[in-house]
Design a protein around this ligand. Structure first.
Ligand code: FE2
Length: 240
């Protein structure tokens, strides 16, 4: 008789905080219209979130306008436009691409996010190659009093056969942020391998939707998984 394992819905987890999303409208490749941003925030509120960190891309090559002062201004305007039925605690943060100039731009007023008195900076690399500056960046962020958080490590498929690299980053003080959509398996076997490795080591500190649209967030709400994976995620959700 085949053993039937009942899967669990991701929505049964009680994540209260969104750490990674692109819903500050019209500043990057995320949501463009503020009405869609409001609708997504309402959806997040309805499924139980209470706090959202907005993390637009800071990448001078692709979004040259996105400096910290520019994004702060856009965020202030956005907050004044929020519908009255959205009571979420919103904070502006950012997702920094680690590229040639990044280390020179590490500064006390960068868009970090704060949890339990600790200051974290969300960073990313290209999906195609490892950043030349990544180790330098981890070191210099720590030196500046920040804890680096590497966004969606399970999406750097070129590292699936070099898992030791993650151990090195971990030993350098780097934390990791899981993209919830990755749990659906949409990014393939390499991604699953990385995810299992990091979950097995309990090295994911944060999860986020990385939502670029409402549809993106809605897909996440339909994800089902085996109980052992669910229990590992529960450990992360309990960290909040
Ligand atoms: Fe992102």
């Amino acid at each position: 008789m085949a053993l039937f394992v009942k899967k669990k819905y991701l929505t049964e987890l009680s994540f209260k905080t969104e750490y990674h999303c692109h819903l500050l409208p019209g500043v990057d490749d995320g949501i463009q219209k503020r009405e869609e941003s409001f609708a997504l925030l309402k959806k997040m509120q309805d499924v139980g979130y209470s706090k959202v960190f907005l993390t637009p891309h800071i990448n001078p090559d692709i979004f040259p306008e996105n400096t910290e002062p520019f994004l702060r201004r856009r965020f202030e305007i956005f907050k004044t436009e929020l519908p009255a039925d959205i009571s979420l605690d919103l904070t502006l943060s950012a997702e920094y691409m680690v590229e040639g100039t990044f280390c020179d731009r590490i500064a006390p007023d960068m868009l970090y996010f704060e949890v339990d008195g600790k200051k974290y900076v969300l960073i990313e690399m290209s999906y195609y190659y490892i950043s030349n500056e990544i180790e330098d960046a981890l070191f210099k962020l720590s030196l500046a009093g920040f804890i680096p958080v590497l966004a969606h490590p399970e999406r750097y498929l070129y590292l699936a056969s070099s898992l030791k690299v993650f151990e090195k980053y971990h030993d350098m003080g780097c934390k990791f942020q899981l993209n919830l959509l990755s749990l659906s398996g949409i990014y393939g076997q390499g991604s699953i391998k990385i995810m299992k490795y990091l979950l097995g080591n309990r090295w994911y500190r944060f999860v986020g939707s990385d939502a670029h649209s409402i549809e993106h967030f809605e897909k996440i709400q339909t994800i089902k998984m085996k109980p052992d994976l669910f229990d590992k995620l529960l450990e992360i959700s309990n960290l909040y």
